[in-house]
Design a protein around this ligand. Sequence first.
Ligand SMILES: Nc1ncnc2c1ncn2[C@@H]1O[C@H](COP(=O)(O)OP(=O)(O)OP(=O)(O)O)[C@@H](O)[C@H]1O
Ligand SMILES: [Mg+2]
Length: 323
Amino acid sequence: MAVDAQPTDTHLDADGDVIVTEGLTKVFEGRGGPLRAVENLSLRVHRAEIFGLLGPNGAGKTTTVEILEGINKSDSGKVSVLGLDPNRDSTQLKERIGVQLQTAALYPNLTVVELIDVFRSFYKHSLPTSQLISEYGLEERKTGLTKELSGGQRQRLSVALAMVNDPELIFLDEPTTGLDPQARRSLWDRVAALKAEGRTVVMTTHYMEEAEQLCDRVAIMDHGRILELGTVDAVVSGHFKERSVRFATVPAFDDAHLAQLRAVTRVAHETDETVLYTTDVPATIGDLERLGERVGAKNLDVAVKRPTLEDVFLELTGRALRD
Ligand SMILES: Nc1ncnc2c1ncn2[C@@H]1O[C@H](COP(=O)(O)OP(=O)(O)OP(=O)(O)O)[C@@H](O)[C@H]1O
Ligand SMILES: [Mg+2]
């Protein structure tokens, strides 16, 4: 009796999502044994969103992005990018995605215009060179050699090169590393414009403030695994219910009194500041001022701080330095 072959189920229901992965795993053979760079990673990226992949050095961000781009092959798990399998359909995928590499190797002796033209020649459909030059602020340098560009100009050029084929999905691996504050903000504007044009952006960054400003959703990963995924607000409020009330430490206050102020959950000291974690900012500040009047400490310079994505990042991934 013939036994029906059971095809392995590699089908993924993208359901309108641009990227879907399930159980994605990539193992490198390292000197100290196998290194699980990406481990059982499942995520979805929606159309026209900016998705941020965050994590310490070596977390597996670039490896993940390279698998999605079809540059690196996964060892197991399922992956669908624009309805294609990057392991198998990388030629088709290449026409529709934009790839900015973390370390872009530019031809040093070509001019900016020449280099853009070379990249354009790789694709069936491409955007006009003049449009890319103007959108990425490279007018002044367009006839200069790429080896003469400043770090920031080079970075902008590498994003412009990722855009030559007018892609619907763009991968940016640390696009703003090394940029000055102006250049960083100008790149944020460009990335926001890509989204407004209906494109989807997947980016990595080490700047939590950048992720807060730009990303619709973020995934925080470490050791190849996703630790947290969601909107910045959801990720932050899922971890910290409290706000902090801070003021320059007053010697006359003792922690036992401070801990009894209304809504205070914890008292901490950071350099020369006292930090009160509270679930009700006005109640705590009201009590704090009354306490100040009692001990003759007036005009406390009180600042209220919301927890940030960086607080969550450090809580999840620790404060120790990575190699
Ligand atoms: N080709 C490779 N061969 C062996 N190990 C690799 C290779 N590429 C990456 N790794 C290892 O896989 C892990 C994940 O690396 P990856 O580059 O994905 O990290 P990352 O999150 O992008 O880090 P960074 O923030 O420093 O860019 C690291 O431990 C790295 O050393
Ligand atoms: Mg990386």
